[in-house]
Design a protein around this ligand. Structure first.
Ligand SMILES: NC(=O)c1ccc[n+]([C@@H]2O[C@H](COP(=O)([O-])OP(=O)(O)OC[C@H]3O[C@@H](n4cnc5c(N)ncnc54)[C@H](OP(=O)(O)O)[C@@H]3O)[C@@H](O)[C@H]2O)c1
Length: 320
């Protein structure tokens, strides 16, 4: 299958590497800014997205640019041109999934987004599988590696400022970490999981969120004294036809599963019927784990295994 990659950053490079190792995939174009063209593969690179959109031999496009406007526009163009799209862009998916899935359907192509939540954890695929039989009543997730790393370090004795600096040095936190610290990143991820689990489309602006900036050393010491940890979590619960969604720091006893989810790891707990509780854990970010999820989506589409996500759409007013 001939594919193109939009964005040759952390994830784009990983996707290229793994695709090159797969005999069934051939990367024929990569979009990037000219100053970042890879001199070893110059003939693959372009800075003009239309060169990819109008290339008839490209069947599938991987969007790993990040950001909203340009990326959303590029995804739309590719779907309209009859190309499958695989994306890791949680912002675009959380906001625009309804429109993009409709576009994909009209043009008889697939839109896949496993890597947008939980990095390398195959949570979207598993949700689809679980939904075949089960009703999902609650999703709880540690779905931001940066903040989980910071809280882990604070429980090891660092101050918030020391832990943030350490996360930035190790490449886990961006130079502007606001989206992680305030919970905007997890609002997008819990919206994506809730949409799929509950067959709905959530307006992310309705999700109440509280960040972790107010967690001081004193608060951490007090929690430790009480044999507790603090984790930054997102949750969505469907009860009596009411959906409650939120993102906030929460206390857990030291023997709770979440207490063992440390550093950049992510985890999700699903409450389901009749399968009961299901737990997923893995690396929530990083080039190769995230790229592995992207390549798996590509292979599913290539082998015609990609499943429709939604059946009948329910409209919930959340937290009412
Ligand atoms: N990093 C992770 O661990 C991870 C995990 C899960 C999901 N994701 C998602 O994956 C996506 C990519 O993340 P990343 O970490 O790979 O980002 P990144 O390292 O910043 O790579 C994106 C690349 O695309 C380029 N780009 C952006 N807009 C462009 C345009 N209009 N024309 C040409 N090139 C353009 C960027 O250049 P500029 O920097 O100059 O804009 C950059 O080189 C994001 O949606 C992110 O949320 C990332």
């Amino acid at each position: 299958m001939k594919i193109a990659i939009l964005g040759y950053g952390t994830i784009g490079k990983g996707v290229f590497q793994i695709a090159c190792e797969n005999p069934h995939l051939q990367v024929v174009k990569i979009l990037e800014r000219e100053e970042r063209f890879d001199q070893n593969y110059l003939d693959l690179f372009t800075s003009n997205v239309d060169e990819i959109v109008n290339n008839q031999e490209i069947e599938l496009v991987v969007e790993v640019l990040g950001g909203y406007t340009f990326a959303e526009d590029a995804i739309e163009k590719c779907l309209k041109a009859g190309k499958h799209v695989v994306t890791a862009n949680k912002e675009v998916i959380a906001i625009d999934i309804e429109n993009l899935l409709a576009l994909a359907k009209t043009n008889n192509v697939s839109l896949a987004y496993e890597a947008s939540v939980g990095g390398g954890i195959p949570i979207i695929k598993n949700l689809k599988e679980i939904k075949k039989v089960n009703k999902i009543s609650k999703i709880t997730g540690i779905l931001n590696g940066t903040t989980n790393y910071i809280l882990t370090k604070m429980f090891e004795g660092n101050t918030f400022e020391e832990a943030l600096l350490d996360a930035q040095k190790k490449g886990f936190a961006e130079s502007d970490p606001t989206a992680d610290l305030e919970g905007y990143d997890m609002m997008r991820k819990i919206a994506i999981l809730s949409d799929l689990a509950f067959d709905t489309y959530i307006d992310i602006n309705q999700i109440p969120q509280k960040g972790i900036k107010e967690i001081s050393k004193e608060v951490v010491d007090e929690a430790k004294k009480n044999n507790q940890v603090i984790k930054f979590v997102c949750s969505a619960k469907l009860e009596e036809n009411k959906l409650s969604v939120e993102v906030k720091p929460e206390y857990f006893p030291n023997n709770h599963f979440f207490a063992s989810v440390n550093n950049e790891f992510n985890a999700v707990i699903l409450e389901t019927y009749p399968n009961d509780e299901l737990i997923f854990i893995g690396k929530g970010a990083g080039s190769l784990p995230t790229s592995s999820a992207i390549i798996a989506d590509i292979i599913d589409i290539k082998d015609n295994l990609y499943l429709e996500n939604y059946q009948n759409i329910n409209k919930y007013e959340i937290n009412k």
